[in-house]
Unconditional design. Structure first.
Length: 294
């Protein structure tokens, strides 16, 4: 079977798309054109089975050494680690990119605002996050859980422990977004190649910046893309879901323009870090034996 032997499982809004665009240039790597299959985290997708996953995303694998899945929300979903272990085995390698959790949360929030999924201020949204997530859990509304879990998707220590229940720490390459990926990218990409066992002699463009902060060019088009109705159900019956999502993604990319958001106030950043993340970061640092200096 042609199934992933490595994954980039997160964290969301931490440069995973840029790493995806770098690695897919390597001839020894196969990653689906559709970046995030979401097979191991979305319940309705996982129910389709491992054969469907292979046929849908990996039927074009030839003789590539490394087969990957880049779905950042796998790090967040509590059931994903066991599902991956059960379906792919104990030897899967994991790349995890980690950004200052306050910056990650704020970037995640801005993404939801851009997509017309968030009407509260950042401080208001994180104050009611747990109430929201509990409500989504009771309704089995996983997609809205992903959209509004600004704090929860940055609690790296808690999430890593879920994976260490099934996989040894040596299966993980943990990349510090600010120190490794931004400041020392060339050395970090070499480390990624070593971790995956890739030939380093191939030279590619590593100075890519994918998925920058953006805003919608047309809010009207954005709202149309989010509407549901008979026509959406008809499309799902006529066309493969993967094709529909690829077209949708292309339209969404064409409808955004990059912008530089206002930096979050430093005093509030420290307050949020201390309140929501400090204890979790201590646990995380102890587990990986590295100070993150956030």
């Amino acid at each position: 079977m042609n199934l992933p032997n490595f994954m980039c499982i997160g964290a969301a809004k931490s440069g995973t798309t840029t790493l995806y665009d770098i690695l897919r240039q390597h001839p020894e790597v196969f990653i689906p054109t559709f970046k995030e299959p979401h097979f191991f985290d979305i319940p309705s997708v996982y129910k389709k089975g491992i054969s469907w996953y292979e046929k849908t995303y990996y039927k074009s694998v030839k003789n590539q050494k490394c087969i990957g899945d880049f779905t950042p929300s796998y790090f967040y979903e509590k059931k994903a680690a066991k599902r991956i272990f059960d379906d792919l085995g104990k030897d899967v390698k994991f790349i995890v990119m980690l950004r200052n959790p306050v910056d990650r949360a704020y970037s995640h929030y801005l993404h939801s605002v851009r997509d017309e999924r968030e009407g509260l201020s950042f401080l208001e949204a994180i104050a009611i996050e747990q109430e929201r997530l509990q409500n989504y859990s009771e309704k089995d509304d996983y997609l809205n859980n992903l959209r509004h879990s600004y704090i929860s998707q940055g609690q790296y220590g808690t999430m890593l422990q879920l994976y260490l229940a099934y996989f040894p720490i040596n299966n993980f390459l943990l990349i510090h977004f600010e120190e490794d990926f931004i400041k020392n990218r060339e050395q970090t990409i070499d480390t990624v190649y070593e971790f995956l066992g890739l030939d380093k002699t191939y030279q590619f463009d590593i100075n890519i910046k994918s998925n920058p902060a953006s805003k919608a060019r047309s809010k009207a088009l954005k709202k149309i893309m989010q509407k549901t109705g008979w026509w959406r159900k008809a499309l799902k019956m006529l066309l493969p879901s993967q094709l529909i999502q690829i077209v949708k993604n292309k339209i969404q990319r064409a409808n955004i323009s990059s912008f530089t958001p206002k930096p979050f106030p430093l005093d509030k950043r420290k307050e949020i870090f201390d309140k929501y993340f400090s204890g979790d970061v201590i646990t995380f640092e102890h587990t990986i034996n590295r100070e993150m200096n956030w």
